[in-house]
Design a protein. Structure first.
Lengths: 269, 256
């Protein structure tokens, strides 16, 4: 009886998917996103469905132009802006171009510094999202960023008025249907917004929208409201891939890290 | 498609599937009724309440008995004696923790920063504020891998004995220390028994077993105080000015 009963469940979910999964770019009909017994969507695996999310290293938050051609990494959202449309303030644009010219040689991440905001979500090695309705928290565990965690409070609290600036900022979240909407402030200006060296200031107010259009994809969208570095609100995002069978592993950036010595830039920057 | 239409479609598909199921079932002998799928969170709600954060009783305000002496094999006793002699001679014996390399297990459990437990259907995740690390303790009934990768936290499996969580861990890198001057082998086996003693206190009894290091397993108990607080960001590498000596070891001398 057990197997046929599961068949009914699967059939029901596949029909649901035909409507729900329209925005997903995957070619074949992907499995629907799993749900808890109470119907809430799940961003995590289970003992029967082991895995976690692989951050797409090559995904960018806006599209760059290389050799006159717009580069659109596959994992990036097709709606991302192009570089020319990003409302940089002059200093932020200059800093970004300087970091690009130096081939990101001074990337804090390669010095084992934490990656907050979007940077965490396109760092490889595995991201696990724990939804804790009991304690009203969502915890993001990131192996590569580097082997650390981030807390999103979902208990309705507000941001502290004079919170200490930090690498991960202060995050509150709420569910809008199947989408987790995360609101964050209190970032220091030392981390990079993304791995390409996109700058941010301490005035950053970040809104992240995280959803799971189907079993195999997590959609990550960031809205950047940073009057310290940009003249208008803008944003972009990408899809993370479900990495079947992957479980968090020990990763110590600080152990035998040889990157900083090699990351010298084109002119020994 | 409107929500109502969608609902009807799902209901209709479910009905079709159900009829198919029933006709299939009719062809076989009467099977036992399908067990109700338990809500994985209901099971967790029955576990002891360890919510909030817990901080080690660093100053022993609880007046716990002192930790016993380790009974070391002659080789490891000799190593410890050498270490202490060097220490007395003023040699720099700092470990890599001063360069922000996390101490791994068991050291990560005796840092003066809070820890938090997160119950999940297949595991318990422990967050440590020190070095912002996380541990995964698998409670889904799995065994240790036969040939585990050697890591700082090891491979941990856990089960409940009443209100006590029993954690069994193996597979440790030999880069870490059990105590100053006491390294270990790849045979290190750690058992932790964690229970909430009362409203304010949690006790963690830790047994270190390593036949290369100890003549008998070493057991000690640490108390953790319940704090009405939250776990916070901790970045060892933030403005760490600890320089290195000529051998690349942490100098513990602040750079000017």
């Amino acid at each position: 009886m057990r197997k046929p009963a599961l068949g009914v469940l699967a059939l029901t979910l596949v029909v649901g998917l035909a409507v729900r999964g329209q925005e997903a770019p995957a070619p074949a009909e992907p499995k629907p996103a799993p749900r808890w017994a109470d119907g809430r969507i799940s961003f995590t695996g289970s003992p029967q469905d082991v895995g976690n999310w692989e951050g797409p290293a090559n995904a960018t938050i806006f599209f760059e132009v290389f050799d006159g051609k717009v580069s659109k990494p596959r994992a990036s959202l097709p709606t991302n802006p192009e570089f020319k449309d990003v409302p940089f303030q002059p200093w932020a644009r200059d800093l970004y171009l300087k970091r690009q010219a130096a081939l990101q040689a001074d990337d804090p991440h390669t010095r084992c510094k934490p990656s907050g905001g979007p940077r965490m979500f396109h760092t490889p090695y595995g991201i696990e999202i724990l939804d804790l309705p009991e304690t009203k928290e969502v915890i993001v565990l990131a192996v590569g960023a580097p082997h650390s965690w981030r807390i999103i409070y979902t208990d309705g609290r507000e941001h502290p008025r004079d919170g200490k600036l930090s690498w991960y900022g202060h995050s509150t979240g709420k569910w809008e249907g199947d989408t987790l909407v995360v609101d964050s402030v209190g970032y220091n200006d030392r981390a990079w917004l993304t791995r390409e060296g996109v700058p941010k200031s301490t005035k950053l107010h970040l809104t992240e929208r995280i959803s799971r259009p189907n079993h195999d994809q997590l959609k990550y969208e960031a809205v950047v409201d940073d009057p310290g570095a940009y003249t208008a609100t803008w944003g972009g995002g990408w899809f993370l891939r479900w990495s079947e069978g992957n479980e968090p592993f020990d990763y110590l950036c600080q152990e035998n890290n040889r990157d900083p010595a090699r990351m010298t830039g084109p002119k020994g920057n | 498609m409107s929500q109502t239409t969608l609902g009807k479609t799902i209901a209709s598909a479910a009905l079709t599937g159900l009829l198919l199921t029933l006709s299939l079932a009719a062809c076989q002998k009467a099977p036992p009724p399908a067990p109700e799928k338990p809500n994985p969170w209901t099971k967790l709600a029955a576990l002891p309440d360890w919510s909030g954060v817990w901080e080690i009783d660093w100053r022993n305000t609880r007046k716990s008995p002192p930790r016993p002496q380790m009974k070391l094999t002659p080789e490891y006793q000799a190593r410890l004696d050498t270490y202490r002699a060097k220490q007395k001679g003023g040699e720099n014996l700092q470990g890599e923790a001063a360069n922000c390399v996390p101490p791994g297990l068991p050291g990560i459990m005796s840092q003066p920063y809070p820890i938090e437990f997160l119950y999940q259907p297949d595991k318990i995740v422990m967050l440590t504020e020190a070095y912002m690390q996380f541990r995964h303790i698998w409670t889904d009934g799995r065994k240790h891998p036969e040939d585990p990768d050697l890591t700082y936290m090891g491979h941990s499996i856990g089960h409940w004995e009443g209100e006590t969580l029993v954690i069994d861990s193996v597979g440790f890198t030999t880069s870490t220390m059990l105590a100053p001057g006491v390294p270990h082998s790849d045979q290190l086996h750690i058992t932790e028994k964690i229970h909430r003693a009362d409203k304010d206190w949690m006790e963690i009894e830790t047994t270190l077993d390593d036949p290369v290091v100890f003549t008998e397993p070493y057991t000690s108990t640490i108390s953790y105080r319940h704090l009405d607080d939250e776990i916070r960001e901790y970045i060892c590498l933030e403005n760490n000015r600890d320089g290195a000596d000529e051998k690349g070891r942490p100098s513990l001398k602040l750079e000017k």
